[in-house]
Design a protein around this ligand. Structure first.
Ligand code: BG6
Ligand code: GLC
Ligand code: GLC
Length: 924
């Protein structure tokens, strides 16, 4: 293609260098003209070099590892799909920065029906130069005033107006309505805006002006508006190109290639910001002294070098510099200049477009030049036209090289042989400059011959596209509001938590006095924590958590050694008959003894039985009611130790000496107490939740004795069963409760523990789906399945190290295919539910430690809490949230949380050991 007129690509490398003014000694004027025009010629090789270098710069920027050399910026726009065609509603669009120092307001109606268009209303306002170079506040106030003037003039009703903001400068977007200006371009330089969120600045200005209630829903670059204004057609319109005051393009990139997004599926629109491309190697040879002079005198020297060769703001200025140069060398205007010709900005894009048009007669060119105070000679018109053509042709070719780079990028990432794509175009240079447009198209064809490209001029100058994005953003914002409303009842205030603490204190006091209370405050007959002198081998059973375990615990001088084995309790056994359950337990013990070579030995046994029991002594516990999914018949109201002994008898094969029955909270406290004598409270947050602590014996009604202490099993899972938690209970808690095997019971536990949190989340997700906020409103069968959402998923999903894509993978494994937006919502739901659980738990702990402090009449209490339970241990934030709540609500207590490592079976053995030691002492 080595000489394509009128663009005039020349063979060979590089244009001749640009001699300095004054040194130039052309033999005659035509040689000078030739030399001058020659500088604007770009060879095909040079264009290919620019194309390749720009592609390279794009790919580097996508990886987020761009070198320090200023290149393109590849800014995510948070627009993830091209229009569906079903977007609808009325939107206000405010355009700033696309077309010079002007601002446009539009009223766009989207019908939601493909092909059906309503003409938008629009009005243009000129921004005064002192505002363009003034303060940010002046600029945004001006914008707000124009907006209101437009709305007044069109009698728009002031009702929930949704606005799309087309802001055409390089911005770091972090959402559809969050966008920080990186730097002004194109002659704007308002102070105090760079580094600020322009959406917020506009919102503030709208609020300052006051008259209308407008919600700024989305912010969009003009390239994106242009791409989105394209009617869905035969081929995908996945590129938006602007050549107006400035120049830029956007395109749909594979999301997985955009490193900053951490997204592995779908496509997302990236604004290339190619105006800032300035690779010396590629651009150096085509930059002329005129480009350098223009850059030097601009508001942003050194920046936007590529844009300054293409954008409409600069074409007139380049022409002016060339004409002045030729006049100074007596080649034009008889060697005369005028003050206008020597003044920056006197030749505008419109002048260039008109003069360059071959159909414009010499008379018109003369008239334009005369307006500039010049006295053109007869031959000048033709030369001026050639200068305009040279400057514009180069601009169109450079623009084509950049567009070709995007097409190569698309082709490479789509892995298509022939890429079929539509490019939406916009901007005054393209709209009013037929020659520019045709050179652009021709050159793209040559540089990207493997692509089948169609060019589609944008509708309404992109305003419609901005409205499209606004429609999507408005839908997302509505979803966010629904999400916030849904989660609001889970977000507890300090006052609410303090009220829980107070109610808990009152219920504790009543329970201890044997008055009606949802807290049973059960005496455990454990009066002391271990003193370290306990010795011997013990058996322990641990029933009621995730695992059923049999343990051999050796308490010796050097410490405690444990051998244990986990056995399954099938659901049919847990919910079958009591006889079946206890027979199964004894079978497991026999198996364990067999394996450990313990047959025939009658070791003392401690039984961790993690259900509410009314104890009459250390080895007698009447099961009050089952909790946590157990429901074996014939057990409630029975002594559990008796049931175990009966099962042993039935088997006749073992001899067991059941010494103590212990709740898991007590086992945990004892186990931690062996290491830390300050441990006077036990806490479980696992399948269920509960706490125990050392109470003054004198406060415990129904147990003889006035001095010393006794460990109280609070059974706080039942807190609120008298209706006192009603205010905090959400409709989701009610649903979870209603379908549980013990409706109305364990209301506090059902808001906190592992057995229920996943179910609460599942019910919220179902609700959000029914509102259309999740899964595009499609109810999935999987999500209807009870217990499908395990609490361990909350722990996994909320893990800080997990990327959103991994969250999605977890949910996809569950059979819930979702988008990134969905994944984010699920994450927020999990966070709200687990946070409330941890805070309620913290309020409970605060009530207990404060009670211990007051019991002892201390100003300050230092105490340790032994904790166990899968949720507490595995969840990434649960423990710290509990601790933070306790610090807040019980500031006079220094509470240390100790995680129990060996489960409460060890504690049961220690209770047994203490009992044996005391029994021996009594014997002696
Ligand atoms: C364990 C105890 O350490 O913690 C169990 O040994 C107890 O008896 C459990 O019930 C609580 O946690 P989870 O998560 O297993 O219910
Ligand atoms: C400038 C801006 C860019 C805009 C382009 C076209 O290059 O930085 O954001 O898209 O002009 O208006
Ligand atoms: C349930 C039981 C309680 C136990 C707790 C933790 O709330 O009723 O006894 O301590 O779960 O496992």
């Amino acid at each position: 293609m080595d000489s394509v007129e009128p663009s005039g690509l020349q063979p060979g490398e590089g244009a001749p260098g640009c001699p300095q003014k004054g040194l130039l000694q052309p033999s005659d004027s035509s040689e000078l003209v030739q030399e001058c025009l020659q500088r604007f010629k770009v060879t095909r090789t040079q264009l290919q070099h620019i194309q390749a270098s720009l592609l390279d710069s794009m790919e580097q920027a996508l990886t987020g590892k761009a070198s320090s050399a200023p290149g393109v910026q590849m800014l995510p726009t948070y627009v993830d799909s091209t229009p569906h065609g079903n977007e609808q509603g009325n939107f206000v669009v405010l355009e700033l920065g696309a077309s010079g120092a002007s601002l446009r307001v539009l009223w766009v109606t989207l019908t939601g029906i493909k092909g059906q268009r309503v003409e938008p209303k629009s009005q243009e306002f000129v921004i005064p130069q002192e505002v363009v170079l003034g303060t940010g506040q002046q600029l945004f106030d001006f914008a707000a005033r124009c907006l209101f003037e437009f709305l007044d003039a069109h009698s728009v009703r002031n009702q929930g107006l949704q606005l799309g903001f087309s802001f055409s400068f390089p911005c770091h977007q972090t959402g559809l309505d969050r966008s920080t200006l990186i730097s002004w371009t194109k002659g704007f330089r308002c102070s105090g805006v760079e580094g600020q969120d322009v959406v917020q600045l506009l919102r503030d200005a709208i609020q300052r002006q006051g008259a209308y209630n407008i919600d700024v829903v989305a912010v969009v670059n003009d390239t994106v508006g242009t791409m989105m204004s394209c009617e869905p057609g035969v081929r995908p319109c996945e590129v938006g190109l602007i050549v107006d005051t400035g120049t830029n393009a956007c395109y749909m990139e594979e999301a997985r290639h955009v490193a900053v997004l951490d997204e592995d599926r779908g496509r997302t629109c990236v604004s290339v910001e190619w105006g800032s491309f300035s690779d010396d190697g590629a651009l150096g040879p085509v930059l002329t002294t005129f480009d350098h002079a223009l850059d030097h005198a601009s508001l942003n020297p050194g920046a936007q070098r590529f844009e300054k060769m293409i954008g409409g703001l600069y074409l007139g200025e380049l022409v002016r510099l060339v004409l002045a140069h030729l006049a100074e060398h007596r080649v034009l205007f008889g060697g005369y200049t005028s003050s206008a010709l020597l003044s920056q900005g006197s030749i505008l894009l419109e002048h260039v477009a008109e003069m360059e048009d071959p159909s414009t007669g010499a008379a018109r060119v003369h008239a334009i030049l005369q307006d500039l105070g010049l006295s053109p000679e007869a031959s000048d018109a033709e030369l001026v036209q050639r200068v305009c053509a040279a400057v514009c042709s180069r601009a169109a070719q450079l623009c084509a090289a950049a567009l070709a780079a995007i097409l190569s990028r698309l082709q490479r990432s789509r892995e298509q042989q022939i890429l079929q794509v539509a490019v939406a175009t916009g901007g005054r240079v393209l709209e009013q400059h037929p020659r520019f447009y045709s050179i652009l198209q021709e050159t793209v064809k040559l540089l990207a011959s493997e692509c089948d490209v169609s060019f589609i001029p944008s509708v309404d100058g992109g305003g419609r596209g901005v409205a499209m994005v606004t429609a999507v953003a408005a839908r997302l914002a509505a979803h966010r509001r629904l999400l916030e409303e849904t989660l609001a009842p889970f977000r507890l205030s300090r006052e609410q938590l303090a009220a829980v603490q107070t109610q808990m204190r009152e219920a504790m006091a009543k329970g201890l006095r044997r008055e009606a209370s949802s807290l049973r405050m059960l005496p455990t007959y454990v009066r002391a924590t271990p003193d370290g002198s306990e010795r011997g081998d013990f058996l322990a059973l641990d029933l009621g958590g995730t695992n059923f375990r049999v343990l051999l615990v050796r308490v010796a001088e050097g410490g405690v050694r444990i051998v244990n084995q986990v056995y399954a309790i099938p659901e049919c056994v847990a919910q079958g008959s009591g006889q079946q359950l206890f027979d199964h337990i004894v079978d497991c013990i026999m198996d364990f003894q067999e394996k450990q070579g313990l047959r025939g030995q009658s070791l003392p046994l401690g039984f961790t039985f993690s259900f509410p029991c009314k104890q009459l002594g250390l080895d007698q516990g009447i099961l009050l009611n089952w909790t946590k999914g157990f429901n074996a018949s014939g057990c409630e109201g029975q002594d559990v130790v008796y049931l175990l002994r009966e099962a042993i008898k039935r088997k006749q094969a073992v001899e067991l000496n059941v010494v103590a029955i212990v709740n898991d909270t007590v086992g945990t406290m004892m186990s931690c107490g062996y290491e830390d004598p300050r441990c006077e409270m036990g806490l479980i947050v696992g399948t269920g939740t509960n706490a125990c602590y050392m109470e003054e014996l004198q406060n415990v009604a129904g147990v003889a004795g006035d001095s010393g202490h006794m460990c109280i099993n609070m059974e706080w899972g039942a807190f609120g069963d008298d209706g006192s938690l009603g205010m905090l209970s959400t409709c989701f808690d009610v649903r979870v409760d209603q379908v549980s095997i013990n409706p109305g019971k364990q209301r506090f536990e059902k808001m906190i523990s592992g057995m229920y949190l996943g179910e609460i989340v599942r019910h919220i997700l179902l609700h959000l789906t029914s509102l259309g906020v999740l899964f595009q409103g499609q109810q999935t069968q999987r999500l209807q399945t009870r217990d499908i959402f395990k609490t361990k998923f909350l722990s996994e999903i909320e893990s800080d190290s997990l990327a959103l894509r991994q969250v999605r993978a977890i949910l996809e494994d569950l059979g819930l295919p979702l988008t990134s937006d969905d994944a984010l919502i699920v994450l927020e739901v999990c966070q709200a539910v687990s946070r409330r659980a941890a805070q309620l738990c913290g309020a409970g702990v605060a009530a207990v430690v404060e009670k211990i402090r007051e019991n002892r009449g201390l100003e300050e209490l230092t105490v340790s809490v032994g904790v166990d339970g899968t949720l507490y241990k595995v969840h990434p934030h649960f423990a710290s949230l509990v601790a933070a709540t306790v610090r807040e609500l019980a500031p006079r207590c220094m509470v240390t949380f100790l995680q129990s490592e060996d489960g409460s079976g060890k504690g049961a053995a220690l209770v047994t050991a203490v009992a044996c030691r005391l029994a021996q002492m009594a014997h002696v």
